[in-house]
Design a protein around this ligand. Structure first.
Ligand SMILES: *Cc1c(COP(=O)(O)O)cnc(C)c1O
Length: 434
């Protein structure tokens, strides 16, 4: 049976692609296109793989996986991970709201982000999050004031920029190098930690790092921890005895094209060796790793065109639906859901969307089956940073999202309707006098 596994969760059987037990053509016929399709089983498998690698290496060190909500914030996806025992890492009050709606308690939440507002910090205190990853001295002082006004003590971890080099494929997903906007500059860390320790309305409970994304080797994590560990010793020597947590951030990589996937056993063993004896509980914040390979974007071929000697495959999904190719020059494999009956003829084509931008493409100069209009395409490995980055550019309603479980599927986000596009706008104005 079948011709083998494409991405686990998505399989080709007799020339036709399935999500678990559901033919993708069936979903496209019922829900339309473009549509994101997620495999619940695949999400669970990724979670289990990471958790068992961590458990094997860290049997005696308390640790928890906090899914980075920004990778895929759909409520049903969050719920799937909540049921597995995950916590969450959030970067806005909106993500906090989603996490609560999906069933996470305050203590399941860690709050990251370089530009949290006083209102967002206040909401995090209302919800009693586990801790807030503070990224600057200014934010620390605002949080102290917000906590004082509320009459509470805010649990704080400091995000330290370890200033290490990370080999991520695109500059936009490197976050832990010297001079980046993220985290507290390494040389300021001791000063800010002592300040935190001296403030009455915050409690310094740990340190945090997040060095980037799509990382497949252990070395950058090791470099970063090698910088963080002496800092912990320095802070303890300075009398700070409240440290409980070390948050190692996210960044574990997946395979889009031919990249080596993150080596979980090496990662877990490296962390274990690195943190042994520190006496701190660990938090991990993977996003992409848990969901990227669990999603595809379904798109229909609208037209074929040849222009200036170039072949184009024009689809109904564009950069507003999936921005990664144009924003990060990201590679996504594109499969034809039902192999065309044309003896394996191929073309080298740009696969482009309908948006009025030359930067609107899903793939450039890609060898593709010689598809006809009407063919259904599956853009692979789009479960992370796909729908969450979708926009309404060109007044295009955002796509639907579907979750598959065995041989059942459910719509987990309805396709936007045209009236949704203008729901918050006003054509008949109520002018205000100044
Ligand atoms: C984006 C982000 C993550 C998740 O990164 P992935 O590469 O998707 O694992 C984790 N922590 C923080 C603070 C982030 O900003």
């Amino acid at each position: 049976m079948g011709e083998g596994v494409l991405t686990p969760g998505f399989v080709r059987v007799d020339g036709e692609m399935f999500a678990e037990g559901v033919p993708l053509e069936r979903i496209a016929a019922a829900v339309g296109t473009p549509t994101y399709v997620y495999s619940a089983g695949r999400i669970r498998e990724q979670y289990r793989r990471l958790e068992s690698a961590l458990m094997a290496a860290l049997p005696d060190i308390p640790h928890r996986i906090h899914f980075s909500v920004k990778a895929n914030s759909n409520l049903a996806v969050l719920r799937t991970l909540q049921e597995m025992g995950a916590g969450v890492d959030i970067v806005s009050a909106g993500e906090l709201y989603r996490a609560r709606e999906a069933g996470f308690g305050g203590a399941d939440v860690v709050f990251s982000g370089v530009g949290k507002t006083a209102e967002e910090l206040s909401q995090a205190l209302t919800d009693q999050v586990l801790f807030i990853n503070v990224e600057s001295e200014g934010e620390l002082l605002v949080l102290d004031a917000v906590a004082e006004a509320r009459g509470v003590v805010a649990p704080v971890t400091l995000r330290i920029n370890p200033e290490v080099t990370v080999e991520s494929p695109h500059a936009y997903i490197r976050t832990g190098e010297k001079g980046h906007k993220f985290g507290i500059p390494y040389d300021d860390a001791e000063h800010v930690a002592l300040l935190a320790h001296s403030l009455r309305n915050v409690r310094l409970v740990g340190l945090d790092m997040h060095i980037g994304s799509q990382i497949s080797t252990w070395a950058p994590y090791e470099d970063a921890l090698t910088r963080i560990k002496p800092l912990i010793a320095t802070l303890r020597a300075a009398g700070i005895d409240t440290l409980q947590w070390l948050d190692i951030g996210g960044g574990l990589g997946v395979t889009y094209e031919d990249e080596a996937p993150a080596d979980l056993e090496r990662f877990a063993a490296g962390v274990a060796a690195s943190v042994r004896g520190l006496g701190l509980s660990l938090v991990f914040e993977p996003g992409r790793f848990l969901v990227a390979e669990a999603g595809v974007l379904l798109a229909r071929v609208l037209y074929r065109k040849r222009s200036g000697g170039k072949e184009y495959i024009i689809t109904d999904a564009g950069m507003n639906d999936l921005v990664r190719p144009s924003h990060y020059q990201a590679y996504h494999r594109i499969d034809v859901v039902r192999e065309p009956a044309n003896d394996g003829a191929v073309v080298v084509a740009d696969v482009v969307g309908p948006v009025c931008e030359s930067g609107d493409f899903l793939a450039l100069a890609r060898e593709m089956p010689d598809v006809e209009p009407g063919a259904l395409l599956a853009v692979q490995t789009t479960g992370a940073y796909g729908f969450v980055m979708a926009s309404n550019y060109n007044s295009r309603p955002r796509p639907a999202e579907v979750l598959v479980e065995g041989d059942c599927f459910a719509i987990v986000t309805e396709r936007e309707r045209l009236e949704d596009l203008v729901r918050l706008e006003r054509a008949h104005l109520q002018w205000r006098n100044v």
